[in-house]
Design a protein around this ligand. Structure first.
Ligand code: GLU
Length: 279
């Protein structure tokens, strides 16, 4: 990938300078300062507490952030070498195809459509599509109740796609750029429900400013296998799979789940088997 090439180029320049020195032509350019400058660019969500969040003081937190940091370390990058970039749902394939990011860990479900454009390592989490409704609303007790309701979701997500094609084609769907944009609408009754993965919804419901205001339906309407997106054909896929396997077997996966999903009381599925997508 991009960064690997930089490394290779720096190494080649350094090797050339050594050759030049060996030939007696000392031009003073042989500093070879390439090492330590390498960065890796990682796409995450910026507005999903518990998953991927940029805090007001400029820190990055969440399960995806921890997983990505672990993976980057296995690839040879320290946390300080990581450049975080926002990867909104609709932008993920393009970011990878353009080489704007090296990999993406952003509640990114593996599916056939996306696999035509990008490759996935993983999965590293199994979530399910659900709904978030106001606590005092008892009119949505099953997925079919969503028909004729005002639903909010995000452009380019499997959540919005599933609503249109199978879950509730009759629903009045409003699509935004990020899920956090749906929350105000849910609070002030501009929409009746927000639909996406239960892992994301649990994080919102647990936020201080929303405590007691919203509840999850608990519907498990789909299987969302979170993968790490890489460019099609990238050799990073195999390396990331090795890192993910290590993360699960050394107990780090469990620790990250507790740390990030514990506060939201999210009942997660067990660690997925790397390479096995649950349909
Ligand atoms: N996991 C689903 C997806 O990849 C929904 C969450 C998201 O939009 O990031 O589309």
């Amino acid at each position: 990938m991009k960064l690997r090439k930089v490394t290779a180029a720096a190494a080649a320049a350094f090797a050339l300078s050594l050759t030049a020195t060996a030939c007696g032509s000392d031009d003073g350019n042989g500093s070879g300062s390439g090492s330590g400058d390498d960065k890796i660019t990682v796409g995450i969500k910026f507005d999903q507490p518990g998953i991927g969040l940029k805090t007001p003081d400029g820190k990055y937190t969440g399960f995806d952030v921890d997983v990505a940091t672990y993976v980057a370390r296995q690839l040879g990058y320290k946390p300080g070498d990581i450049e975080w970039k926002e990867a909104k749902s609709a932008d993920r394939e393009t970011l990878l195809q353009r080489g704007d990011v090296d990999f993406i860990a952003a509640s990114y479900s593996i599916n056939d459509e996306r696999q035509k454009k990008v490759d996935f390592a993983g999965p590293y989490l199994l979530a399910h599509q659900d709904v978030l409704v106001r606590s005092d609303d008892d009119s949505i007790t099953k997925p079919a109740d969503l028909n004729n309701k005002r639903l909010c979701s995000v452009t380019g997500s499997t959540s919005a796609q599933n609503v249109k094609t199978k879950l509730a084609p009759q629903a009045e769907l409003q699509e935004y750029g990020g899920y956090s944009e749906c929350l105000t609408g849910l609070e002030n009754k501009a929409v009746d429900a927000l639909t996406t993965d239960d892992s994301i919804l649990a994080g919102y419901a647990a936020q201080d400013q929303f405590k007691g205001k919203f509840k999850l339906g608990g519907f498990k309407m789909s299987n969302e296998n979170y993968g790490i997106g890489v460019q099609k054909g990238s050799e990073l896929k195999a390396k990331i799979n090795t890192a993910l396997e290590k993360m699960v077997s050394d107990g780090t996966w469990d620790a990250y789940v507790k740390k990030n999903f514990g506060p939201a009381d999210y009942k997660n599925e067990p660690a997925p088997k790397i390479g096995v997508v649950v349909s």
